[in-house]
Design a protein. Sequence first.
Lengths: 380, 351
Amino acid sequence: MGEGVETLRRDLRELVHKHVPPDFLGAFTDDPADLEVAQSFSRTLAELGLLCMAWPTEFGGRGATLWEQTVVREEMWAHHEPRGAQYMGVNWVGPAIMRHGTAEQQQRHLPPIARGEVIWCQGFSEPESGSDLASLRTTAHPDEESGGWRVSGQKVWTSYATMAQWCFLLARTSREKRRQQGLTVFLVPMSDPAIEVRPIPSMLGPHHLNEVFFDELRVTEADVLGTVGEGWAIVQEVLAFERVGIARYARVERLLQAAPAALGAEWDVLPEELRSRWARMLVHARRARLLAYRVVSLQAGGRIRPDDSAAYRIAVTRLDQESAEVLMDIVAGASLPGEEGRRFRRAVEDHRRYSVSATVASGSVEMQRILMSRSLLAAR
Amino acid sequence: MNTELSEEAVEYGRTALRAFEAAGGDQIVQDAEREPARRADLVEPVLAELGAWDLDPRGGADELEAVAALCRVAGWWALPYPVAERLARPADSSTDGLVVIAGTGPGGAGGTGDGLGAGDAGLVGYGPAAPVAGLGRRWSTVTFDGGRGIATAAPPATTPRYGAFVTGLVDDPALVPSQASRDGDGLADLALGLVLPCWTLLGMLDRAIDLTRAHVLAREQFGQPLARFQGVQFQLTDAEVERLGVEELAKYALWAVATGRGEAVDDALALRLAILEAADQVFRVAHQLHGAMGFCDETTLSWISRYSQPARRLPLGLSATRDELTRRIGRAGLAGPFAPRREPDLEVQPL
């Protein structure tokens, strides 16, 4: 990785230590102060040029290397993503607008993302369209009056919709021979009264899951990202970014490594078999990290294929869930007194709740297996 | 950290793969099983052609990577020869090779040749053993606490068909080196002696996946290739994820050995634990998807599977490897960006 990268890691840890309370478990809790921590931390990163460091210089970034980006992903995820929802804007909304947006869209959207001032949500999944995204039904009907469209339909599982200012919306604009054709990406303001958001209570915590209803939402050509009817290619690109975008192994490694110190003397009286499961999880966490590094190496060499990130995703999501079971067993029998003990227990329980979604969110593990098997069994 | 093998090592591996293919490929292990006395003659000339005896795995990263690539090829062809153990021999060539041993007592895994009928012992036994039957008498040994010694290989007590050339190793106190046995070099030997056989096993996993892929593409049932069934696809995919993961761990552990890191033994044990788990899954899937053909001598899988057994059981099997790793790392965990003790400049905030 290199010395520069380790310096960046140190800098990020110092910033987290200084600006993020030790109790922080993510921006999306019942306490509004957590969201403010994330917003404020994002602004701090932006001021230091660290929020969008991966962006090209012409868009205000500094063209960080893939390894620097990896360290940012690791440190942020290990510390409960103190950028809150900003990671989406930075990781893929901004880059998608850079590649496909008009000059006006770039001018309007990129500076607020770069300053950490705006939250985006993603309007993809629908009640009848999960893994089979191309079957979505939200439709943009031509509006003869305005020359644009009127969008009606329902999205679901939309994270951050209650707090987002903008939505990266995928809707059908025409029926074509192939279902992947005739889909269009719109950039729409969530403040429009034609949009209604209903939170879905879940074990993941507040703000993670919402339904979003569109009732005759008026959009125009100026809201289209890229070309009308060719949104599918943009979405595929976006999903590829998202699949390598989360360094889940980093939080697992941090939690596992912190366990003995958190338990103190009680660690030594844990059942031997449990400590052995812990050691095994450490190996699996390292394995997932190295599989992530493999993807980064392939990216750096321009040799990446969709199945390369699939192998990592399969390994890391399984790690998320298996490690959560081991960690829960570790804390279940421990007294964990004091502030640090309480903090560790809360972090483990948070990890356990969130890990349930690991094999479903951002492309289910079954889809990853399909992607990978296609390549594995393809003609050579 | 560098987990990319050099282009030279990768090319050396390709050359070795072709050389053993030209020398008989899958036939080599079959010939050796039929005529055990010929096994050195079947393999050693090819190793000599490849310049393998000039490679020093302790001579730096380049040579170590070349040795690892060669071990991987040995696994691909299930060579009936302890390539990893032979190439890890001491620099002064005072013994025939280096083996990691566990346990004490009389040489196990088939015993010492006394009183056991050929064909009934298999490779599961008691005490130190290694797949070195019939290949020279003197072997350097290293234990899990870094204790070094010299052992003699007992005559094989069973046929290779059941024992895969495993035989007992008898500690010879008269031959124990005079210097202190639990020094740093002992631990370096231990890490090297653990990592190289994992590269051989990795080659076997490569081959098992490759054979299974070819089989499910060719074999038709219900009017279509097995590869069209999602149940088949998913099993093979999960096995491939295991294989890819241990390939990365193998490169990491090799780097740890090459750079002489203090945690190299932990890294080697971590690799061994992961590859033993992977081997369980890969061979289970490979056999299942081959169906009954996979048990038969006419399929290469049957040979690879049988000859993977020594590397999977010796010096320690899966559970014992996990116990050893757990004991060694104690409360400190594995080295890495979030390890509290080993990266003093990178303070990890307590949770």
